[in-house]
Design a protein around this ligand. Structure first.
Ligand code: ADP
Ligand code: ZN
Ligand code: ZN
Length: 755
């Protein structure tokens, strides 16, 4: 018996990036480095080589051993995913009913999926033989910096010196290195960085285990002290999930910093998840300033593949002690992780809404914290109704920062009745005069509109023609400066016609987007610097920073933008916020539209009066009596949330029930619906027995997108367990349906947006 147990495993179960809901068994050759659980292996799959991750080692397989293929190569000698992380991935695969191989592929950076090493690399420099000879002759004589570098490296011999030590010994050494490299006297190489594991950080001698804290802590407010006392009073470790509800500017970030500091002092690492666009640069800046010698890894969608791999290596080796990242960073391997923070937890970018594996990073952060038995903090000025509900039921512990931290007072909100006003290019007279007053008083102004481009519609003045997208059930957006018509749904892009293609009469734009608002503000306020912030302007975070810098320096005094401006930018002289049109969220078919509208208004309004000057917020609407707006104005977000939760309860929508959406698309509308009809029939008997409601199938609100027809079937139940058991039984059945082959389909568990 003993012999069998200690013999090396003969088989490994590998998760591969295929749509099949299973792992694949491979034999382990005796004479090669052994694969480890959680490590990557290269294996033959059909006629290809694939990189997969070992989920388990075994002695036997359900397949005859003689028929198994053999692992080609063990890529990792240490696990890429440690046991708790592997468990999280398996959990995610089960919960989202998605093949584990694809889940793991989504978690890995592209280059790691392609088999590149994950060992953190350190850049070393050493002399060549020619360099040693040159150094012996005191060369190069006229370049003392180069000579000094060559001397240092010659003395270090074959070991060489790493870039960090060189920086310490010879600041500005890189220029000299380039010159010596060109002469062939020195060379560089990448070596695996020794790994820091567990509680101590042995990475290099230059790093102390205790973080140095440089910038001044502000004197904490009473509320901040109470919040910290609650969270820390619950113990430094052990699972506990907190909902930190703090109005904008209440000092949530300061709370994160102090909590992180405590963990860093214990030798633990901290993961901070942030929304896709927005605060990342500022938050990274705040952490970097507070902990100047704590290595930090940043992971967001703007990184190149190489940068992403480097960030992952830094995290996995334990070198990075702070990891700040967007959605997929929830899967980052981080040894001795002691605290998770999800900033702006209500933000919809935490939910992956495309592709096959549609996970919620916020929800997985809770699961990960639970598995690691460490605390997790969800922070927001406008918590999601899910989180508020979880706080009410005790799954989250709510702590609050009800007031702004600095001297700032809350802004005053006012509705502007668009039916009673003269409106030009979306701006009411009231708004225009408020803008001039605030500019005259040296304030800055933020104008929010949830539409980019010049105008959402191009129409004929005579025959009623409206520029449609050929591939979508949508109108083309006008881009006047660029002279283009573009579709926001499929990316179609064509010339802006001057005449109606149908009757030849003149065309005109209808409505407005950011570009048009910017133009009319420039006319109304000549000489005033105006900046624009939307996805057309900002393709990368550094462009976002450039706009933010123009505002901060006062070069721009009016900022026009979409959703993006709502994200935590802190402009102390910003005193007026104008919400151009609140009405689209009021009458949507999506049950979450009201929640999103309320969050946006509160977030945008939070930009006003961040410092000592009082802020003013104008919300333009044609429905000033709408209860959502009046409620928000009189009772704030809390009152709104209470009312909205009541509504959800009586309609049995989430969080009072659970949803899953089966989404399909096909080149023919019938194929999409036919598949869902069949899927529905396959679910019906089980659904009835399990108390799961089936809603649909129905075409999506925008049925045609990018030449494909979209439809969905909703499954709803108050019993999460019943819903998931049904999904478990049902998915293999619908996968086998012949009609499944004519469509693309995906399952979305806990969908955020219903189309
Ligand atoms: P939030 O993350 O809730 O929006 P921040 O942490 O960014 O809030 O704080 C808002 C502003 O108030 C920042 O300029 C911050 O430096 C300042 N601040 C935070 N805490 C305090 C405090 N205790 N005393 C004074 N200023 C503070
Ligand atoms: Zn026409
Ligand atoms: Zn289109």
């Amino acid at each position: 018996m003993d012999k069998v147990a200690t013999a090396p495993a003969r088989v490994c179960r590998v998760a591969l990036d295929t749509p099949l809901r299973r792992t694949f068994d491979y034999l382990i050759a005796a004479d090669t480095p052994a694969p480890v659980v959680g490590g990557r292996v290269a294996v033959p799959f059909g006629r290809r080589q694939l990189v997969g991750v070992v989920m388990a080692l075994a002695d036997q397989s359900d397949v005859e051993l003689a028929k198994l293929k053999t692992v080609s190569r063990a890529i990792d000698l240490e696990p890429t995913f440690d046991a708790p992380l592997l468990r999280l991935l398996q959990w995610a695969s089960d919960y989202y009913h998605h093949p584990v191989g694809e889940v793991i592929a989504a978690a890995l950076p592209k280059l790691a999926r392609e088999g590149q090493t994950l060992e953190a690399q350190t850049e070393y420099w050493l002399t060549t033989a020619a360099g040693v000879a040159a150094q012996a002759e005191q060369a190069p004589r006229r370049a003392p910096k180069q000579r000094a570098l060559l001397e240092q490296l010659a003395r270090a011999g074959d070991v060489g010196l790493d870039a960090e030590s060189l920086q310490e010994r010879l600041p500005g050494w890189r220029e000299a290195a380039r010159a010596l490299l060109a002469r062939g006297w020195i060379q560089s190489e990448a070596r695996n960085t020794p790994r820091a594991r567990g509680d101590t950080n042995q990475y290099t001698a230059t790093q102390s285990a205790a973080p140095a804290v440089t910038d001044q802590h502000p004197e904490l407010t009473v509320a901040q002290r109470e919040v910290l006392a609650s969270i820390e009073g619950a113990g430094e470790s052990g699972y506990r999930a907190w909902l930190l509800h703090g109005v904008t500017g209440s000092g949530k970030t300061e709370v994160y910093l102090q909590l992180a500091e405590r963990q860093l002092q214990r030798g633990r690492r901290v993961l901070v998840l942030v929304p896709e666009i927005g605060r990342t640069p500022q938050l990274v800046g705040r952490f970097a300033r507070r902990f100047p010698n704590v290595p930090l890894a940043v992971m967001h969608s703007g990184l190149t593949d190489t940068e992403r791999l480097a960030a992952w290596r830094a995290a996995r080796s334990g070198h990075a002690r702070l990891v700040i990242g967007t959605r997929s960073a929830v899967f980052a391997p981080i040894p001795a992780l002691g605290l998770l923070i999800v900033d702006e937890e209500h933000d919809s970018s935490f939910k992956q809404q495309e592709g096959g594996f549609r996970y919620s990073a916020r929800d997985l952060a809770l699961v990960r914290a639970h598995m690691l038995d460490v605390p997790v903090v969800l922070g927001s000025a406008t918590p999601s109704l899910e989180s508020l509900h979880n706080a009410a039921s005790g799954r989250l512990t709510r702590v609050s920062l009800p007031d702004r931290a600095a001297a700032a007072s809350p802004p005053t909100l006012r509705l502007v009745d668009l039916r009673q006003e003269r409106v030009h290019a979306g701006l009411s007279t009231t708004a225009v005069s408020a803008i001039s007053q605030h500019l005259a008083a040296d304030g800055q102004v933020l104008v929010y509109i949830n539409r980019r481009g010049y105008a959402p519609t191009l129409a004929c003045t005579a025959c009623g023609w409206i520029a449609p997208c050929q591939s979508c059930d949508a109108r083309m957006t006008v881009y006047r400066q660029a002279g283009r018509l573009r579709c926001h749904h499929c990316g179609a892009d064509r010339d802006l016609p001057r005449q109606c293609p149908q009757c030849g009469y003149a065309v005109k734009t209808v409505g407005q987007g950011t570009e048009r608002v910017e133009e009319s503000l420039a006319e109304a306020f000549p000489g005033v610097g105006i900046a624009r912030l939307d996805r057309d302007v900002v393709r990368r975070n550094d462009e976002l920073e450039a706009v933010v810098a123009r505002m901060s320096a006062g070069k721009a005094r009016i900022l026009v933008g979409t959703q993006m401006v709502a994200k935590g930018h802190d402009f102390p002289s910003l005193t007026l916020v104008v919400v151009l049109n609140a009405d689209q969220g009021l009458f949507s078919t999506d049950f979450r539209a009201a929640e999103r509208l309320a969050q946006t208004i509160v977030q945008v309004a939070g930009r006003a009066g961040r410092a000592s000057r009082p802020g003013e917020v104008l919300i333009q609407t044609e429905y000033p009596e709408h209860p959502l707006l009046t409620g928000l104005l009189s009772g704030g977000y809390d009152a709104f949330a209470t009312a909205a939760l009541d509504e959800r309860r009586s309609a049995a929508w989430p969080p009072f029930s659970r949803l899953a959406a089966l989404r399909t698309s096909a080149t023919h509308a019938e194929a999409a619906i036919d598949f869902l009809e069949e899927a529905r029939r396959a679910a019906e008997p089980r659904a009835r027995a399990a108390g799961v409601r089936l809603l649909g199938p129905a075409p999506a609100a925008m049925a045609k997108r990018a030449d494909r027809h979209h439809a969905q079937l909703l499954l709803e139940s108050v019993d999460r367990g019943a819903l998931h058991r049904l999904l478990d039984e049902w998915l293999p059945v619908i996968e086998a349906l012949p009609s499944a082959r004519r469509v693309r389909w995906s399952l979305d568990v806990d969908p955020l947006e219903l189309f």
